[in-house]
Design a protein around this ligand. Structure first.
Ligand code: NAI
Length: 303
């Protein structure tokens, strides 16, 4: 098996001053990548800022003989996103790898959630991912090479109490991955999505201690390094990662039922079981495929 090597590659890792992002940055640098270590340096809820977190990670990388530069911008503004990308271009001239990892939490049950709590979380996770990915994607397109990783969450793809803002932002990333998989294809840009679970400051008070200890950050990083490597030829995949376990999640469609041109609510009710059936589910690469399949396929059952 060929070694995963990042010599000559330039990587941006957002929110790399702590937790998962820090481990990705350190391990990428150990394998030869030049890394932009971005971190706003705030608290878990996104308040405050400082340059210590990112600077310390850069010092650590350099002490191990690696190459890295810090960036202290917030991903939450378009200007911040542009600056993060500019830091990479000024220091190293290109971007090969982008790991959108920065994140905050403002948990509240939905009925109690304020507009401010909604907006702050969407701004960092979803808009923040747009803010950095857009300028990075343009550079990758010019170079006809790119590896982009979005950091989603099982909370967004499966649900979790008290995280309506966070889950919505994280599920929104799936939409972006679905489109970039298509728009980046002819430029050699592969975009995938990670659903991690790890013991960090984000989860220290929500996980029982014995679980926290099992979910080590360094168990996630090998999957991340593969996903942003040249070896990875997949695009559009959602990868679960925790405790040394990796798997794929995907939106699949059931066989369905074709009613033709005169469907009635009663026909839908009578055939609800078949409509809901997930027997022999199918994966579709884009929205046109599912319609084409339903209109053409003999598999679609008629009442
Ligand atoms: P963490 O809190 O240890 O690290 C997140 C980092 O992002 C912090 O260093 C923080 O300063 C930085 N950050 C926050 N807002 C920023 C902004 N506007 N601009 C730049 N940097 C900013 O958290 P952790 O656990 O390492 O999380 C990393 C990513 O993984 C996040 O996107 C999180 O939502 C996601 N995730 C983590 C899970 C876990 O179990 N730890 C579960 C699912 C997803």
């Amino acid at each position: 098996m060929s070694k995963i090597d990042f010599s000559g590659r330039v990587a941006i890792v957002t929110g790399a001053g702590a937790g998962l992002g820090k481990d990705y940055a350190v391990e990428l640098a150990k394998r030869g990548a030049k890394v932009v270590v971005n971190d706003l340096g705030g608290t878990r809820d996104g308040s405050g800022s400082g340059d210590t977190a990112a600077s310390q990670v850069v010092d650590e990388i350099k002490a191990q003989g690696g190459e890295a530069v810090p960036n202290f911008d917030s991903v939450a503004s378009a200007e911040g996103g542009e600056n993060i990308v500019k830091t990479a271009l000024d220091a190293y001239g290109k971007i090969d790898i982008l790991i959108n990892n920065a994140g905050i939490l403002r948990d509240k049950s939905f009925a109690k959630m304020s507009e401010q709590e909604w907006d702050a979380v969407l701004a960092v996770h979803l808009k923040g991912t747009f803010n950095v990915t857009k300028p990075a994607f343009i550079n990758m397109k010019e170079n006809k090479y790119g590896r982009i990783l979005m950091t989603s969450s099982g909370s967004g793809m499966f649900g979790n109490f008290g995280q309506a803002n966070y889950a919505s932002a994280k599920a929104g990333m799936a939409g972006l991955v679905n489109v970039l998989k298509i728009e980046g294809a002819k430029y050699g840009i592969k975009t995938n999505m990670l659903l991690p679970s790890a013991g960090t400051r984000m989860t220290e008070d929500v996980m029982p201690p014995e679980m926290f200890d099992k979910l080590k950050v360094e168990y996630i990083t090998p999957g991340v390094l593969y996903l942003v490597s040249e070896q990875c030829q997949d695009s559009g995949a959602y990868i679960n990662a925790f405790a040394g376990f990796f798997s794929r999640s995907q939106v699949m469609s059931g066989p369905g039922m074709m009613f033709g041109d005169k469907p009635t609510p009663e026909m839908v009710a009578e055939n609800w079981e078949k409509i809901m059936s997930m027997d022999n589910p199918k994966y579709f690469d884009d929205v046109n495929q599912i319609m084409f399949d339903a209109l053409q396929s003999d598999v679609v059952q008629k009442p």
